[in-house]
Design a protein around this ligand. Sequence first.
Ligand code: HDE
Length: 485
Amino acid sequence: MTNNNRLTTSWGAPVGDNQNSITAGSRGPTLIQDVHLLEKLAHFNRERVPERVVHAKGAGAHGYFEVTNDVSDYTKADFLSEVGKRTPLFVRFSTVAGENGSADTVRDPRGFAVKFYTEDGNYDLVGNNTPVFFIRDAIKFPDFIHTQKRDPKTHLKNPTAVWDFWSLSPESLHQVTILMSDRGIPATLRHMHGFGSHTFKWVNKEGEGVWIKYHFKTEQGVANLAPDAAAKMAGENPDYHTEDLFNAIEQGEFPAWKLYVQIMPLEDANTYRFDPFDVTKVWSQKDYPLIEVGRMVLDRNPENYFAEVEQATFSPGTLVPGIDVSPDKMLQGRLFAYSDAHRYRVGANHQALPINRPRNEVKNYQRDGQMRFDNNGGGSVYYEPNSFGGPQESPEHKQAAYPVYGVADSVANDHNDHYTQAGDLYRLLTEEERSRLVTNIVESMKPVEKEEIKLRQIQHFFKADPEYGRKVAEGLGLPLPQEAR
Ligand code: HDE
């Protein structure tokens, strides 16, 4: 047998027999000296890394981003520096609440995570297919996700917990309306928009900043699945979205999205009619129209799901010069959470894995840590400052300074109109879309155990739009709450 097709152990030695364990005679006990058997069984036990605590079920693909409009007045980000510039990228789409083996066609936001391998380091834009989110302070996220996961006693999904949390967190109303609308179940991962959701900051070469919001508009058009078709598909083919994306790319039907930004001058943030860093709100496109930036195309499937999709690690803190964060409390919390999750789930050197490794050379003084499978900096100088010509900082790329003020305190957001934008969205829908929205909500709220929860939530719908509240109350066979009459 030629050497290049020899079955080997993980230490490269040829395997003599992969069919039979070494035993004392044909019926004797297995001998512990069968090191090939021991290694095979032990490695098998360690094949699973912990799944993501949210967004566990996902599908990924490689592609590229091409700049189609000059935005260099607003940002010095190298990958956006000139029209026609192309940057390789990797995208992972995901559901939020389900475990790794759960169904794709569920009612849930979809993760929309993009890793741009720019020449200035990686830039991760880790968004969803929805422009807003349920909550606006990171401190509530673990509790919110607990209600989306399984009840600790029954190990079942618990609609009472879901609606109890939402009815006591009225800031969720806008995203709840989006989730319960047709867009709650995308037809495929190709037929949905993507958003950065948060407000970010772009900084140009002169150090001037603007606030921005990202919008990925699908070129495939938005399409959704009706609840009954989605439920049927969840049973027949739980991996329908994963399969659709893979097959589309395999067949050369490369899905594409146009990237736009909304741009807000820094000073507008202080006078805008609501907190522009509140991720439960969208900015009016009349106030801040969409400006085209470029085009994202997905044209290559992963070679290996585990190596590329399961091990991909995205973080909103993976930033490049020209792109900064905003004071958005959710975004600030995420800056800690993601890398912490990656260090726990994948390992301290997760950024060195092929799927996460930047295209430009990494030069720093970080050393050692588990699974340090690169040269660990070799014999180069391993501390800074030093007199041996080690890598130096780039002062011109410090995060842009900006004034902060206020008393250090745990304070609620100063803007509590949770209803206008949810009501605006309701009134934007067609008659049929509203009817489906109300049906979806009624179906979801029916099993809720406590009537007070239902009445409290109806009140929120009513405050967004009286018809919205009335129709949900009728659907549930409940009177309008006293306060709403
Ligand atoms: Fe996430 N989120 N998130 N999230 N999120 C994770 O990272 C977290 C939030 C999003 O394909 C986790 O590797 C906190 C908003 C996506 O690998 C974790 C808060 C948005 C993905 C985490 C949020 C997202 C994640 C789970 C509240 C849209 C999948 C394991 C402050 C703007 C990325 C992991 C991928 C994954 C934390 C809220 C999107 C635990 C603390 C808002 C697309 O780090």
